[in-house]
Design a binder for this molecule. Structure first.
Ligand code: PEP
Ligand code: MN
Length: 361
């Protein structure tokens, strides 16, 4: 047989295989639709990730090539997805963070204090723990206003390796001591999975910073603790990515997650980041988790902390975070945007007159 004839024969054979595949895929679709009907009649969700994984594993077991298993699994996943679409299934329904999955608000309780119950909280404290004296002064100032949650970084994610990196565990102990002296709860950032366990005795709420939003090992590790997690939105994370990051924590067993909008990178340079205020109502709609706004890191400037905090509470934020320092000009990080005590007094006074539900005075 000459080469042209051979090519034609092979192509004819391929056409027949294509036709078979087409028929089989559609047959699969018909069966999937029937399964969907049975499941619906039983009140079951149609998307079943465990079953999907079993089917993918079976592909791995039975594959004799020449296609690579990963390649084939990818193709089959597309077929599974298309089948679900035929069933009219919405995959997000199955997410643990989804409000479709759990219609009631998740409420975070720390001692007698609550985030996410409809009251509004203020979280304040220095950017970084710098000394015992500094955190004691700030704690007293917060207590004076009835603030219940004190933030402060002991492990600092700094852009430059030559900038102040935080006092580490020693700083965390100082923060805890100052908070205890004024009966406040501690919120602090942990940057690595290996630092989680040693920090636990000193922390009430673990913060995962923007730069670590997709540090999946860290998300899993904090997900294995029984402390609430304050998860910040990544510097350029979409809301979908943000929600999936929270899903990692919940899928690891921890359902106490607070989502924090802290500004995203845009072309605008008037603020350090662009506060995506619409993220708040969208996250409240899409998830059942408490949502808060960090006005300090989103704006990076003192003069608009008050209006942005008002905007946050007005759109339904459960809490606002703001940085306070006894002498901002001398601060070892974020010197430009931390409030001094007088400015903090005015900030709180103005907010409480606008939002009576705010849990400060
Ligand atoms: C912080 O809150 O201390 C901080 C570093 O914020 P972000 O991770 O949002 O930049
Ligand atoms: Mn800061």
């Amino acid at each position: 047989m000459d080469q042209q004839a051979e090519l034609k024969r092979l192509r004819d054979e391929l056409d027949l295989v294509n036709a078979d595949l087409l028929e089989l895929i559609n047959k699969r679709g018909e069966i999937a639709v029937e399964i969907g009907k049975v499941k619906r009649a039983q009140g079951l969700d149609r998307y079943d990730p465990v079953r999907e994984r079993q089917m993918l594993e079976s592909i791995a077991e039975n594959n004799h090539g020449p296609f690579e298993t990963g390649r084939l699994q990818h193709m089959f996943k597309e077929i599974f997805k298309a089948s679900l679409e035929l069933q009219g299934e919405d995959r997000t329904r199955k997410l643990l963070v989804s409000r479709k999955q759990k219609p009631t608000n998740t409420i975070i309780r720390v001692g007698d204090d609550v985030i996410g119950d409809g009251s509004q909280q203020l979280i304040a404290g220095p950017c970084a723990v710098e000394s015992e004296e500094q955190v004691f002064e700030v704690a007293a100032q917060l207590a004076k206003h009835g603030v219940r949650f004190m933030r402060g970084g002991a492990y600092k994610p700094r852009t430059s390796p030559y900038d102040f990196q935080g006092l580490g565990l020693e700083g965390l102990k100082m923060l805890k001591k100052a908070a205890d002296a004024h009966n406040l709860h501690v919120i602090t950032e942990i940057m690595t999975p290996s630092a989680v366990e040693s920090a636990l005795p000193y922390v009430d709420i673990i913060q995962v910073g923007a730069r670590n939003m997709q540090n999946f090992d860290l998300l899993k590790e904090v997900g294995r603790t029984n402390k609430p997690v304050l998860l910040k939105r990544g510097l350029s994370a979409t809301l979908e990515e943000f929600m999936y990051a929270a899903e990692y924590i919940m899928a690891s067993g921890n359902d106490q997650v607070i989502l924090c909008e802290r500004g995203i990178r845009t072309y605008e340079r008037a603020t350090r980041n662009t506060l995506d205020i619409s993220a708040v109502p969208i996250l409240k709609q899409e998830t059942h988790l408490p949502v808060m706004v960090d006005v300090t890191h989103s704006t990076g400037r003192k003069d608009i902390l008050l209006p942005t905090a008002k905007a946050a509470y007005a759109v339904g934020a459960d809490a606002v975070m703001v940085e306070v320092h006894p002498f901002p000009a001398l601060a070892l990080s974020d010197a430009n945007q931390q409030l001094d005590f007088k400015e903090f007094d005015a900030f709180v006074e103005n907010l409480t007159s606008t939002f009576p539900a705010l849990n400060v005075q």
